[in-house]
Design a protein around this ligand. Structure first.
Ligand SMILES: C[S@@+](CC[C@H](N)C(=O)[O-])C[C@H]1O[C@@H](n2cnc3c(N)ncnc32)[C@H](O)[C@@H]1O
Length: 276
């Protein structure tokens, strides 16, 4: 396992994922019944934007720093307000910290992180928190072992590092397994856009599957033709809450206005992959 998220925290892909995740969590908290979130690839929870890892790549300078320099928050107000409350910058909240901040006392968060050192850091971040459980467990084993949720409602975030071949296939299989075990669960699955062919194949696999009600929200900083570069990224969402598509459109347009450098072919879209 070579991937360490500390080198990438706050980059453009994190901004896309986290800004789109907040309205999914808000929607869950609108109904009174308790919910649970399973974050299968959790990372370490919090990231120091002034730390040596962040300085080594400088990725957040092309992501969060450009977002924060963009003035009036507009459609990003909810996410940016939340991260500011949580001490960012310099402390950047990853998906576990953002989710934890939006739980009510009756809700639960389950985190899986396989990397031994990152798992220890994550455990320390949520030590003695009765609403959070941390596992050192393979994500793809966890999606069946830890579902269905006792609460019968919630969200599964699947955010793999895409460092091994076959990740799109494993991601699709995990989504299908969760959907079969919990039809109503929201599933949010992050994926890279390096070039179009694997993304098209992933969308086609979803469209051909038994999974219903899937939207994708994507942003790309340049025409995705160079497979060696992370040109863009997307979030595929099963059972998106009412109104999320419109929120996602506004968020992506604002993120591209701030993080885009006007490279040829840059863009974003929100589209329906599977009917309801
Ligand atoms: C993209 S990072 C997660 C970032 C985090 N979700 C966030 O938004 O703050 C992916 C994480 O998955 C972990 N990981 C990789 N393979 C895994 C597996 N099979 N099961 C669980 N965790 C894994 C990596 O160590 C890494 O910390």
């Amino acid at each position: 396992m070579n991937y360490r998220h500390a080198f990438h925290a706050g980059n453009f892909a994190d901004c896309v994922k986290h800004a789109l995740l907040v309205p999914l969590l808000r929607a869950l908290a609108r109904k009174p019944a308790p919910f649970r979130v399973l974050d299968t690839h959790a990372g370490i929870g919090w990231y120091d934007l002034e730390g040596s890892e962040a300085a080594r790549t400088g990725e957040w300078q092309d992501g969060l720093a450009r977002v924060l320099a963009g003035g009036e928050a507009g459609p990003l107000a909810d996410w940016l307000g939340l991260i500011e409350q949580l001490g960012c910058p310099p402390r950047y909240p990853g998906s576990p910290a953002l989710t934890r901040a939006l739980l009510r006392p009756e809700d639960k968060l389950v985190l899986c992180e396989l990397h031994p050192e990152d798992n220890q850091t994550l455990r320390r971040a949520f030590a003695r928190d009765p609403q959070v459980a941390v596992h050192q467990r393979d994500a793809y084993e966890a999606v069946t072992a830890l579902t269905p949720f006792p609460e019968k409602r919630g969200l599964v975030l699947i955010d793999p590092p895409f460092e091994q071949p076959g990740e799109f296939e494993r991601l699709f299989t995990a989504m299908a397994q969760v959907n079969k075990r919990m039809r109503g669960a929201v599933i949010a699955a992050w994926y890279p856009i390096k070039h179009r062919a694997p993304v098209r194949a992933f969308h086609q696999a979803l469209a051909d599957s038994e999974i219903r009600d899937v939207l994708t929200a994507e942003l790309w900083l340049r025409e995705p033709t160079d497979p060696r570069r992370l040109n863009g990224c997307g979030l595929a969402v099963v059972n998106p809450p009412w109104g999320w598509a419109e929120q996602a459109e506004a968020i992506l347009a604002e993120l591209l206005a701030r993080m885009g450098r006007g490279e040829p072919g840059q863009g974003w879209d929100v589209k329906r992959i599977c009917d309801e």
